[in-house]
Structures are given as C-alpha cells and as structure tokens.
Design a protein around this ligand. Structure first.
Ligand code: ADP
Ligand code: ADP
Length: 224
C-alpha cells in the first residue's frame, strides 16, 4: 500500500465567481515508502495548493487523498488533524523555529506534544542533530545559528515524530547556492535513513535530478 495515493484530484478557487481559477484538473500521484519525488512547477501553477491538500491543510473539490488506507478528503477534522500530526512532516522555505527555544528544544517540542517522555525526546533530538552534522549547535537559539544550520534544525523537527510522509516546499530556497547544496545533501541523507516517502517542491533542477522521480505540475496536471 502506498504511503500517499492521490486520485483524480480537482481544485478550483472562486468557482462560479469572478476570479475563478481551476488550479488542479485531475491529479494522480502515488508515493511508496522510501520514494523521494521532486515537485517542479512554474510560479502560480498550484504547487502550494497541491502541498496543502496532500498535507491535509485544505480539501479538494473532488478526488481522493488516501493515507493509511483511508480517504482523507472525506475524513472528519479530528481524523485529519491526528494524521497530520502523527504521519506528516512539513518543511518550509523559512525555518519557523521558535526563537526563544534552543535547537534541541525545538526538536523536542513536537515529541513532547505527542506524549513522549522528556529523556526519550531529548535523546532523539540529539541523534537527529548528529545525523545532520550539528550536534555541537544543540544549545543555540535559532538567532545564533547560520541559515543552513537553522534549516537543518527544521528538518530534524519535521522528522522528530517519525512521520511516514514528508512534504517540503523549497526547503533550501532561502539559502545561497553552496549552502543549499550541502543542506540538501543533509536532508537527503536524513530522508534516506528514515524510509520516508517525500514530496519536495523545488525550482532547482540540479536538486530535482538527485531525487527518484521528477513530477512536473503544469496546466493543472502532473507529468512524470
Ligand atoms: P504556486 O504555489 O504554484 O505558486 P498556488 O497554489 O499558490 O501556486 O496558486 C495557484 C493559483 O491559484 C494562482 O493563480 C493563485 O493566484 C490561485 N490561488 C491560490 N490560493 C487561492 C485562494 N485562496 N483563493 C483564490 N485563488 C487562489
Ligand atoms: P554562514 O556564513 O553559514 O551564514 P554565520 O557567519 O552566520 O554562518 O555563522 C558562522 C558560525 O557561527 C555558524 O556555525 C553559527 O552557528 C555561528 N554563529 C553565528 N552567530 C552566532 C551567535 N550569535 N552566537 C553563537 N554562534 C553564532
């Protein structure tokens, strides 16, 4: 069973009103465990809309969003929130770390919210920091970290609760090209080491070429 399976997804904004725009016109997508796919799209093509629907932050007009054998497009708000917290990790272009907490605390917080014991959460946070090469930065607050380090911490936080699906929107888009390359390599190592299915939006074709699949979103449909 795929980690994520999307079938016949359609989304139109402002239907029947001025400004009507049919953004997604029949999207089919299946992601298996361990599969890492690039999502490439011209600006305005609906990349954010697709990521929001896959991340259960928005609902489609029609079509199915299967996660864990259940259609999330038709699930209750409570079920969607539970699956979003437990099974999906998010990474954005900007880190969104909490400024008053250290790196290790930022990675512990989602685990504590999910009921983990403090010692266990801390040990996992240190392991994750180690795996992206910044264990020595654990006690720094975000403002004391470089852009690349901040983004690595955000990757660790996204994976802290061992999600099955990772959704990333331009995860290195905020960084200079050299840093972006290193940070992307760290992300790929983390993802490969965890058996995650990942959908990673990027404008960078060099980065896209390093993933298992490249999916292009254009005119409302996905092409491999
Ligand atoms: P991308 O992330 O690829 O730039 P988006 O998914 O943000 O694209 O947007 C796709 C299209 O849908 C754009 O034309 C955008 O203006 C429109 N759009 C996005 N969100 C809304 C909304 N909430 N209401 C109306 N139109 C929207
Ligand atoms: P970059 O050149 O990658 O943007 P910086 O010049 O911001 O990195 O920082 C270089 C190193 O110094 C990084 O490892 C960063 O963690 C550390 N650093 C930067 N600012 C501070 C600070 N205010 N307190 C402690 N360490 C810092």
């Amino acid at each position: 069973e795929p980690v994520l399976s999307i079938e016949g997804l359609e989304k139109t904004y402002n239907r029947g009103r001025p400004g009507e725009v049919a953004v997604l016109r029949g999207i089919d997508l299946s992601l298996a465990r361990g599969e890492v796919a690039a999502l490439v799209a011209p600006s305005g093509a609906g990349k954010s809309t697709l990521l929001h629907i896959a991340g259960l932050l928005d609902v489609p007009d029609s079509g199915r969003v299967m996660i864990g054998g259940q259609d999330m497009a038709r699930a209750s708000g409570r079920v969607r929130t539970g699956v979003r917290r437990r099974d999906i990790g998010f990474i954005y272009q900007f880190h969104h770390l909490l400024p008053e907490f250290s790196a290790v605390e930022n990675i512990m917080l989602p685990q504590l919210a999910d009921g983990a014991a403090r010692g266990e959460a801390q040990a996992r946070a240190f392991d994750l920091l180690e795996s992206v090469g910044i264990r020595n930065r654990a006690q720094h607050r975000p403002a004391a970290l470089s852009g690349g380090e901040q983004q690595r911490v955000a990757f660790c936080r996204a994976l802290a609760n061992r999600p099955r699906l990772l959704l990333a929107d331009e995860p290195t888009g905020n960084l200079d090209p050299a840093t972006s390359d290193q940070v992307f390599a760290a992300l790929m190592e983390l993802v490969r080491g965890s058996g995650l299915a990942a959908l990673i939006a990027t404008h960078n074709m060099d980065l896209a070429a390093r993933m298992d699949r490249v999916l292009r979103l254009e005119a409302g449909v996905l092409a491999e």
